[in-house]
Design a protein around this ligand. Structure first.
Ligand SMILES: *[C@@H]1O[C@H](CO)[C@@H](O)[C@H](O)[C@H]1NC(C)=O
Ligand SMILES: *[C@@H]1O[C@H](CO)[C@@H](O)[C@H](O)[C@H]1NC(C)=O
Length: 374
């Protein structure tokens, strides 16, 4: 009890500390609720018409494919585009569709596909990101005799360097190991269990975007049914993910660090989450995109931000335009921003409660002290 007097001079100090805590808590409020402007990147690369995008976290830039140039281009945050690599060993005019960065092995994986009227060709190419040399080019063949043109479309990579490539025409998934050995990994009956509207312009396009989830499975979306599947990394067994609605024309997919899944279609971006490792999932936000610029892919860039690629691919396929500028745009969820500000209010409330409690204690303390000194 003899300590009391020595505590006395600290009262004003703790008081100002509490006020400081409050100011810190209140301070960020206006900044948080005013949505920061979305990051827009316009980059110049004549006739590129890229379909696929990936973020390279070590180089801190985006990588995009090309419609007929057989090259992969890097794009900086500020929109500076440079040819990362150009692979003229690939057949003339083939398209680089999905791309993925294998950060653990410092490699870049690219799905290569020849569109009409080129001779059939599908492959997975792997490049060393440091030397930019090709490590392998693995041809990919359909399950049956390739009478129908197969489509190597998107690629994801696991932590062992295995790549998984979707075949949109054959509705199957290829696996290519780190040595470049390819096999058919999953041809689940689940992939053909749902009706397809044969009149839809994208009826030919089945399995499309693929993402690897760290818990040993893949998530794959199917454009012509709007379904999502969970595919086991072990044996390729697939199950429909139960969603509150379909994802019509789903194209690219990406998984954010917090587990949220982003799916892009030509007109919107969906945000999904799941509480049971994707037995079922819920679409908790959807954001309209600019259909005219034909978004095809989504990736997670720096600070967990979602970016879609506006590559004008359809226009490029029509072949009657000379476009020079393409876009990469951050997409922000207003819903998530609101939830964030709710948390700020909760924190402020807690801070205030703490402050009032502290003041109450101080009053008691001072009252006690008065008693004692009297
Ligand atoms: C590739 O495209 C160019 C330009 O359109 C064309 O001249 C050439 O014949 C094409 N090559 C093949 C193999 O189709
Ligand atoms: C594939 O080709 C082989 C030999 O040409 C033939 O025996 C087989 O029936 C074909 N399979 C299909 C599914 O068409």
């Amino acid at each position: 009890m003899t300590q009391f007097p020595s505590n006395l001079p600290q009262i004003p100090l703790s008081f100002s500390a509490a006020v400081l805590v409050l100011v810190i808590l209140l301070g960020p409020l206006p900044a948080r609720t005013d949505a920061r402007k979305a990051h827009v990147i316009n980059f110049r690369s004549p006739n590129l018409y890229p379909e696929g995008i990936a973020w390279d976290p070590s180089a801190q830039h985006f990588l995009v494919g090309s419609l007929t140039d057989r090259k992969i281009v890097s794009v900086s945050d500020a929109g500076v585009a440079e040819t990362l690599l150009s692979d003229t060993d690939l057949p003339e005019n083939v398209t680089i569709l999905g791309i993925a960065v294998d950060s653990l092995n410092n490699r870049l994986l690219a799905a290569v596909h020849a569109m009409e009227p080129l001779p059939h060709f599908n492959a997975l190419a792997a490049y060393d990101l440091r030397t930019r040399r090709r490590l392998f080019l693995s041809p990919l063949h359909g399950a049956e005799n390739d009478t129908v043109r197969q489509i190597a479309n998107d690629v994801a990579v696991d932590f062992k360097g295995n790549a998984y490539v979707t075949n949109s025409a054959g509705n199957l998934i290829w696996k290519v190991n780190d040595k470049g050995e390819a096999s058919i990994f999953s041809r689940s009956p689940a992939f053909s269990a749902h009706d397809v509207d044969r009149d839809s312009p994208f009826a030919f396009c089945g399995l499309n975007g693929v993402a690897y989830v760290s818990k040993g499975y893949l998530l794959v979306v199917q454009s012509n049914t709007g379904k999502m599947f969970k595919v086991s990394e072990g044996d390729g067994a697939a199950r429909l993910v139960l969603l509150n609605k379909d994802l019509p024309l789903a194209d690219g997919i990406a998984v954010r660090g917090d587990g949220a899944v982003l799916v892009v279609s030509p007109n919107k971006l969906w945000l999904l989450k799941s509480h049971d490792s994707w037995g079922e999932g819920v679409i908790y936000d959807e954001i309209a995109l600019d259909e005219e610029r034909f978004p095809t892919s989504v990736t997670v860039g720096g600070d967990g931000r979602a970016y879609v690629l506006y590559g004008h691919v359809l226009e490029g396929i029509m072949g009657n335009s000379d476009r020079e500028v393409f876009g990469i745009e951050e997409v922000r969820s207003e819903k998530e921003n609101k939830e964030e500000s709710v948390w700020i209010f909760v924190l402020v409330g807690l801070g205030l409660a703490y402050f009032l409690f502290w003041r109450f204690q101080m009053r008691k303390l001072i009252a006690n002290m008065d008693k004692k000194t009297n």
